[in-house]
Design a protein around this ligand. Structure first.
Ligand SMILES: *[C@@H]1O[C@H](CO)[C@@H](O)[C@H](O)[C@H]1NC(C)=O
Ligand SMILES: *[C@@H]1O[C@H](CO)[C@@H](O)[C@H](O)[C@H]1NC(C)=O
Ligand SMILES: *[C@@H]1O[C@H](CO)[C@@H](O)[C@H](O)[C@H]1NC(C)=O
Ligand SMILES: *[C@@H]1O[C@H](CO)[C@@H](O)[C@H](O)[C@H]1NC(C)=O
Ligand SMILES: *[C@@H]1O[C@H](CO)[C@@H](O)[C@H](O)[C@H]1NC(C)=O
Ligand SMILES: CC(=O)N[C@H]1CO[C@H](CO)[C@@H](O)[C@@H]1O
Ligand SMILES: [Ca+2]
Ligand SMILES: [Ca+2]
Length: 577
């Protein structure tokens, strides 16, 4: 206990000394990001749908868990065909979520707390109820080429190409008014904008300018690879995409290889242009750096170009989906190490890594990897070098909620059928946040919620976990304190599989304390000799962080050459100082 107190005192001192951001380091470089899914975070008015005032009410919670910036899934005016990813007006708040005044209040509160607000920017498409689309469909001279139109193959009522939408079926829908097909890579209520039109690019840049001037810190950019399609040929036609021989369902997005509708080279240029807009505003406002987080699933060689091309800068944070896409419940420590190195080793010099373990489109950690690996994953997320991104609820270990076909509301699920929807629906990861064990988990005072609340909410909720020493929530909070250390913020990382089941991460910095992170991914007892694995440690190490899988306590001392890990145990050890 004395050692613990001594350690805490020292630790506090270190924190006090280093909390000023090192010169040349931007605020976001070791920041902790948190994704809020506004429909499900907190409902302030009892209609069963989360809203902006709800976020403002609960913002102190983000401070409590050490978050620096939060990105909000779309809150803009929308008919909600894709829950806000079908934007009708990019500069208006949907009345369901509140008003512009509510949003300004949120910004003010966030500023007071030192939390940055990041908005979701959906460049690929608008809603079909957007004024631009309505005018475009009417052949309005200004807006006629804002979208991708085609009269049909050979001017017949046949879609121009075989392309398939992400939400199943043709990407082409016939429009009676315009007497032409329009392109939609997602829902038919999400027509794709025509980025070959400079007016479109300018209109979208104006959206960025508008919100930055209001005080947002940046944007998370949605579905970037879909922004450009291949340019049309001299006749205004596009080629068909080739078949993917492994998939037999002709309505399924995976039926084709998307070589003409995703990752077109011009897509990178538009990201570079967006960044240029932000840089101009950095200059103009003399504010903290504004940032882009880009959402793209794709080959690493392409994703790395989102950082920039050597001449121009792109997104500061191209989301790293290596772990979320590749790790499963059978992955070994060698697999984890490989996926982590894939990013770090291919990242251009001088860039910052980021680690994403969840979002509103992917099954939760508990469902994907098992409830007993929740802490393991949070420990990893918070101790790897660079930016961490947590999806709301992962810090308390929320699980996917099974939702019947009848109750399913996600278009990606609803556009399929009762046999297939469970594979496609994203509703299970979007259920209301679990604040406490009271009425509707503290999410709403109303009688209904837009999606059902998880049945385990009396056990899995913020209020209860605050009171349990090694709850997921308290592990997460301790990680955040550790993460504020100079070693974790600025230090180097040595990441390796120590055995088939044990992943080790060494974080070190000259003149600072060294930390060793150990994850036992499976159910065997693991005996580890850390001197052999990492070298250059003090003979004795101290437990700096434990989880409820540990028999050890924080402050315990251990020989570096004889460490035993219990099943699924995750610990952080520190050299003695
Ligand atoms: C969005 O709303 C603003 C304010 O209500 C309005 O000025 C603007 O024209 C609208 N834009 C579109 C594309 O509908
Ligand atoms: C738009 O123009 C097309 C021909 O290019 C015509 O067939 C269609 O009727 C026009 N629609 C409207 C609403 O003007
Ligand atoms: C268009 O129609 C002509 C004659 O009807 C036919 O030869 C040609 O193959 C068609 N082109 C396409 C792209 O279907
Ligand atoms: C980087 O991108 C910019 C803007 O698209 C372009 O002008 C420049 O030539 C590119 N540089 C390299 C090295 O590819
Ligand atoms: C891993 O996940 C699969 C699919 O979710 C499941 O069937 C299997 O039982 C899990 N295995 C372990 C070891 O948890
Ligand atoms: C992860 C993510 O935000 N995915 C979004 C990509 O874009 C489509 C259409 O805008 C959304 O439905 C997804 O949620
Ligand atoms: Ca509400
Ligand atoms: Ca597009």
């Amino acid at each position: 206990m004395r050692i613990l107190i001594k350690f805490l005192t020292l630790f506090t001192l270190i924190l006090a000394v280093t909390s000023a951001v090192a010169a040349g380091t931007a605020w976001w470089e070791s920041a902790s990001f948190y994704q809020i899914y506004p429909r499900s975070f907190k409902d302030s008015d009892g209609d069963g749908i989360g809203d902006v005032k709800g976020i403002t009410q609960q913002l102190a919670y983000l401070k409590e868990i050490g978050i620096h910036a939060t990105w909000l899934s779309p809150i803009f005016t929308s008919p909600m065909a894709d829950f806000g990813y079908d934007v009708a007006n990019f500069t208006e708040i949907d009345p369901m979520f509140g008003t512009l005044e509510d949003f300004e209040e949120l910004l003010a509160k966030a500023k007071e707390l030192g939390i940055k607000i990041i908005l979701d920017f959906v460049p690929n498409h608008t809603s079909d109820e957007c004024e631009w689309f309505i005018k475009s469909a009417q052949n309005d001279t200004e807006y006629k080429d804002f979208y991708v139109w085609h009269p049909g193959k050979n001017n017949s009522r046949e879609p121009p190409t075989n392309w398939i939408s992400v939400f199943r079926g043709s990407t082409w829908t016939w429009h009676e008014g315009r007497q032409a097909y329009y392109l939609h890579q997602f829902h038919s209520k999400q027509p794709d904008l025509n980025y070959n039109n400079p007016k479109v690019r300018e209109a979208m840049k104006n959206v960025l300018r508008y919100w930055i001037r209001k005080g947002v810190a940046g944007f998370r950019v949605d579905a970037v690879p879909h922004v450009y399609e291949i340019a049309a040929d001299a006749n205004g036609d596009w080629p068909d995409e080739p078949r993917n021989p492994d998939v037999n369902d002709p309505e399924d997005y995976e039926y084709l290889q998307h070589i003409y509708t995703t990752h077109q080279p011009a897509t990178l240029d538009v990201v570079y242009e967006f960044r240029q807009v932000l840089k101009e505003l950095d200059e103009e406002l003399g504010d903290d750096e504004h940032i882009l987080l880009t959402e793209a699933y794709g080959p690493l060689s392409v994703l790395m170009q989102y950082y920039g091309n050597g001449t121009v800068d792109g997104s500061q944070i191209p989301f790293n989906f290596e772990l979320i896409s590749n790790v499963n419940n059978e992955s070994t420590a060698y697999d984890y190490a490989r996926f982590i190195h894939n990013w770090l080793d291919q990242m251009p010099k001088g860039r910052v890594a980021n680690w994403v373990m969840g979002n509103h489109d992917q099954t939760r950690i508990a469902a994907r990897l098992g409830k007993d690996r929740i802490d393991l994953i949070n420990v990893l997320l918070k101790t790897l070098p660079g930016v961490s991104v947590t999806y709301q609820g992962e810090e308390i270990g929320m699980s996917d909620v099974w939702i019947s076909w009848e109750e399913t509301v996600d278009p990606q699920g609803c556009q399929s059928n009762p046999q297939e929807y469970e594979r496609l629906t994203r509703d299970p990861v979007r259920t209301p946040f679990q604040w406490n064990d009271g009425h509707k988990a503290g999410f709403t005072e109303g009688q209904t919620t837009w999606l059902p609340i998880a049945s385990d909410y009396t056990l899995v909720n913020v209020k209860r976990q605050r009171g349990i020493a090694n709850s997921h929530l308290n592990v997460y909070k301790q990680l955040q304190i550790l993460r504020d250390s100079k070693t974790l913020r600025e230090g180097e990382a040595d990441i390796k599989a120590i055995s088939e089941d044990v992943l080790g991460v060494k974080r070190f910095l000259a003149g600072e304390r060294t930390y060793i992170v150990l994850l036992n991914l499976n159910n065997n007892l693991e005996a580890i000799n850390l001197n052999a694995a990492f070298g250059d440690l003090t003979p004795l190490l101290e437990y700096v962080l434990v989880t409820d899988r540990s028999a050890r306590r924080k402050g315990d001392i251990i020989h570096a050459d004889s460490i035993v890990l219990l099943p699924k145990e995750a610990v952080v050890l520190g050299t003695l100082i």
